[in-house]
Design a protein around this ligand. Structure first.
Ligand SMILES: *Cc1c(COP(=O)(O)O)cnc(C)c1O
Length: 500
């Protein structure tokens, strides 16, 4: 299997090269040149298999240059009961006869980014080995919270890599900060940057584009890389769990082989929902994709009108991991809908960069609307949805998943479509405990309580267990206390790597 760039069909690289490189040189994203087909009989087989066997079956179709042994090692290092607390890895929870939550948050950081970031480091080190790259990889991350911790957990103690995470000193929640400054591992470093997320991010970008600095690292045997969500190595593991969810529904007799299901995904960067679309292209019976957004509803408008317009107000919401105005993985979707029209994609992406908006041709809009539905909800509706799911179904969702459930309810109201539906559940409610408790009780209930009191309160209310990785933060001593000016971030990297 070879990979093209969405902006140049003449580029063809192996999966190892695509994963190592991240982004194509002209700015395009790597996409598989074709989609391998999966037969219904093979899906039936999957229902008798473990998550790791299902993962091997799907990943092996894309990472064809990886040896069987290497790929199996990547999978078994990433998805363990020890890290995910369950052999199912991504279990399906039945809310009622038509709604199922695909729980993607049993990993070490309690959010769905673990599904990809637990395996990416192994893909990356394997790809480096396969392409005879001898340098040590340095992962630089600027984070607004979730990604930094998930990347730290994924890369910690992975041979041949080191990771440095920068977070804005006043821009992350108390629990997110604690998760990062107490991070263990022999190859990790964490620093706070004075400023906001943009300051941290532009500091990291500056290091990435500083050629003098890169050659200094190069002379010392290091190579910079990123754990960015546009890397093919982050997208491909996400296809697996849609097959897995379908196989589970089949195994438990909820559906018959070949039945179509609907999928709802709370969306930000369009990675997770794109993975479900790729699963359908491979043969998974999915009827509708329902794209759920919070108040940053640029995708809702796009799917309804065909006009992508990021020139709008940015809203800070209680589902912060979806507070995004540029959904970078949308580029892959448009490439697919246009049958690989690299000229069109280059044109649209250039328009987005210069004018902040673009409109897709009518045929593309029509194809998109045939398969995709979209809607959005604000914080108030999200809160009401958390409460309603608890009162009616005894199940507590986090704020992101609640956006998905809220949009699903609107969809059923509007269309009357009661097809069995899988809603991607993207974070543990304990990770967003304060908003969840306000939704279930009220503001007074949480006033003056610290993070650990909130965790206890939510445990009592929900009947769910506090995830071990959050509970144990209470007893951990912070290891990293560095706070740097935004112009000094390169020095922090040099100190950590001991280069001058
Ligand atoms: C990242 C994230 C999302 C959005 O996923 P995309 O792949 O960016 O669309 C949704 N929910 C949570 C909890 C996340 O961390």
């Amino acid at each position: 299997m070879q990979y093209n760039s969405t902006r140049n069909n003449n580029i063809k690289v192996s999966s190892a090269q695509a994963i190592k490189q991240g982004l194509s040189e002209e700015g395009g994203l790597f996409v598989p040149e074709s989609f391998p087909k999966v037969e219904l009989a093979e899906i039936a087989q999957m229902s008798k298999k473990s998550y790791n066997e299902r993962a091997y079956f799907v990943l092996n179709k894309f990472l064809t240059d990886f040896s069987t042994e290497d790929l199996k090692n990547c999978i078994s290092s990433a998805y363990t009961k020890e890290k995910f607390g369950t052999d199912a890895i991504a279990p399906v929870y039945k809310l009622n006869d038509s709604v199922y939550f695909l729980e993607l948050w049993h990993g070490p950081t309690c959010a769905f980014k673990d599904m990809a970031l637990q395996i990416l480091p192994h893909f990356l080190t394997t790809s480096m080995k396969m392409t005879n790259e001898e340098k040590e990889i340095i992962i630089l991350v600027a984070t607004s919270g979730d990604t930094g911790k998930a990347a730290l957990e994924g890369f910690k103690d992975v041979n041949g890599t080191r990771i440095i995470v920068f977070y804005p000193d006043n821009g992350v929640s108390e629990i997110q900060k604690l998760q990062m400054v107490t991070q263990r591992g022999n190859n990790v470093s964490v620093a706070a940057v004075k400023g906001n997320f943009d300051d941290a991010q532009s500091g990291v970008k500056k290091i990435f584009t500083d050629n003098d600095y890169k050659s200094l690292l190069d002379r010392n045997g290091f190579k910079l890389s990123s754990a960015n969500s546009i890397n093919w190595g982050r997208l491909v593991p996400q296809i697996v769990y849609y097959f897995s969810a379908y196989a589970d529904l089949l195994a438990s007799g909820e559906i018959e082989l070949g039945d179509e299901i609907n999928v709802v995904v709370p969306t930000g960067n369009f990675g997770n929902i794109l993975a479900s679309y790729y699963a359908k292209k491979m043969g998974l019976p999915i009827k509708k994709f329902i794209c759920a957004s919070n108040e940053n509803n640029v995708l809702t408008d796009f799917i309804k009108t065909g006009v992508y317009d990021k020139t709008r107000q940015f809203h800070t919401t209680i589902s912060p991991s979806m507070d995004i105005l540029i959904s970078s993985n949308l580029e892959r979707f448009l490439y697919d809908l246009s049958d690989g029209n690299d000229t069109l994609i280059t044109e649209l992406m250039t328009k987005l960069a210069t004018d902040g908006k673009y409109e897709v041709p009518a045929e593309i809009k029509a194809k998109m609307q045939e398969l995709f539905d979209a809607d959005c909800c604000d914080d108030k509706e999200t809160m009401a949805s958390i409460k309603a799911t608890f009162v009616d179904g005894g199940y507590v969702t986090d704020t992101h998943t609640a956006v998905g459930k809220c949009v699903y309810d609107k969809y059923v109201q509007r269309t009357g479509d009661t097809t069995k539906t899988v809603i991607a559940s993207t974070a543990s409610p304990f990770k967003f405990n304060q908003s969840v408790l306000i939704a279930l009780e009220d503001y007074n209930f949480v006033t003056g309580k610290d993070e650990f009191e909130l965790l206890d309160m939510l445990e009592k209310k929900s009947g769910m267990k506090i995830p071990e990785s959050l509970a144990e933060l209470k007893n951990r001593t912070p290891i990293f206390d560095t706070v740097v000016e935004k112009d000094e971030m390169a020095n922090t990297v040099s100190d950590f790597l001991k280069v001058e």
